[in-house]
Design a protein around this ligand. Structure first.
Ligand SMILES: Nc1ncnc2c1ncn2[C@@H]1O[C@H](COP(=O)(O)OP(=O)(O)OP(=O)(O)O)[C@@H](O)[C@H]1O
Length: 337
């Protein structure tokens, strides 16, 4: 396999193919008995792209990642990695992919360094290169000081970082990450995201599943949203947010309780404003349609306004609009599993 002008040329049974597509999923279906967990999923991920796969619990994210990495056989559909069909080229494609499952696959009793070296050996990395790669990865994930500590003694964030490092020991071209930051505290998640960004900047293709909208927003070049086994949109985060801009939200903070004003507004607008604090409420719509009603409701109820803010659309709002999932459901999702 050689790389030329950012175009990858892979050898496939004597013929040469040219592609810059790192991951190609075509019509993936996975059935478990009567349940269709993944229902006709197709997408392309460009070489060097950080691609987010976002969706609520049970949407089919893990099932998809398992099919993409050859861990689960699709009921129908095909996967190509760097132009190679993964069924026909299992050994080759495994050689250039790194897979990080949600639960760590490292050994508690081995030290951080030993775990990396062991994984390197499993992947057939030569001794000298194993040591070099392990050193570089410990540095990238800021784990040099923990090099000689048993895996079991590391913090949750360090364990997650080392698990990712181990999946990188053979210098894969494509990295699959299933929910990398779930359960981590803010600082650990931030430091892990920074390491993921560095890998992307080095040219690695990264496929990442996540529950966290903010994570997808700050990290990903493009995001696919999967709901009930089907992809509802594949877009750049900015484009997703633009989809939500048609509707804006206006947030009003008043002196005293917001409930009387909220009731009056609900009657005028025909939709219930959301009460976000005891004296703050938010209503959605276009400014043109909202402002006359807000002025009228203030007049009718004699509410004293402390502040008025126009809220910029968030990825969450775009997600809710696109998927049709309620904001309550998103709140549950954000709480994790
Ligand atoms: N081995 C299995 N046998 C039967 N059903 C399964 C199996 N694995 C997954 N499912 C079902 O398939 C659907 C998709 O599950 P999957 O784990 O892919 O979702 P997910 O998006 O990764 O969810 P989560 O975010 O909760 O991990 C769910 O309804 C799940 O219960």
């Amino acid at each position: 396999m050689i790389r030329c002008c950012n175009i990858l040329i892979a050898q496939k049974k004597e013929e040469w193919i040219v592609t810059s597509i790192a991951i190609k999923a075509e019509g993936l279906i996975k059935r478990y008995g009567d349940l269709v967990a993944v229902n006709g999923v197709s997408f392309d991920v460009e070489e060097g792209e950080l691609f987010g796969f976002l969706g609520p619990n049970g949407a089919g994210k893990t099932t998809t990642i398992r099919m993409l990495t050859g861990l689960s056989k699709p009921t129908a559909g095909n996967v190509e990695l760097l132009g190679l069909d993964i069924k026909a080229n299992a050994a080759t494609t495994k050689g250039f992919t790194g897979v990080v499952p949600e639960a760590s696959n490292l050994y508690d009793e081995l030290t951080a360094l030993e775990n990396l070296l062991f994984m390197g050996k499993l992947y057939g990395v030569r001794r000298r290169e194993r040591y070099e790669r392990a050193g570089a990865l410990l540095e990238l994930f800021r784990l040099q000081e923990k090099r000689d500590r048993p895996f079991r003694t590391l913090s949750r964030g360090m364990k997650r970082s080392l698990t990712i490092a181990a999946a990188l020991i053979h210098n894969p071209k494509i990295l699959f990450l299933d929910e990398p930051t779930v359960g981590l505290d803010v600082m650990a998640a931030r430091s892990l995201r920074s390491a993921i960004r560095k890998l992307r900047d080095q040219g690695m293709t990264i496929f990442l599943t996540t529950h966290y909208l903010e994570e997808a927003d700050v990290l990903c070049d493009r995001i696919a949203i999967i709901v009930r086994g089907q992809i509802v949109v594949v877009e750049k985060p900015e484009e997703l947010k633009k989809m939500a801009t048609k509707e804006q939200a206006i947030e009003l903070t008043i002196r005293g309780s917001a409930s009387i004003l909220a009731e009056r507004l609900a009657a005028l607008i025909g939709a219930k404003p959301i009460i976000v604090g005891s004296n703050t409420l938010r209503c959605s719509g276009t400014a043109n349609s909202l402002l006359p009603h807000i002025c009228r409701a203030i007049q009718d109820t004699g509410a004293e306004i402390e502040s008025v803010n126009t809220i910029k659309p968030t990825l969450e709002e775009a997600f809710v609009r696109i998927t049709g999932l309620s904001s309550t459901m998103m709140a549950m999702e954000k709480g994790g599993k």
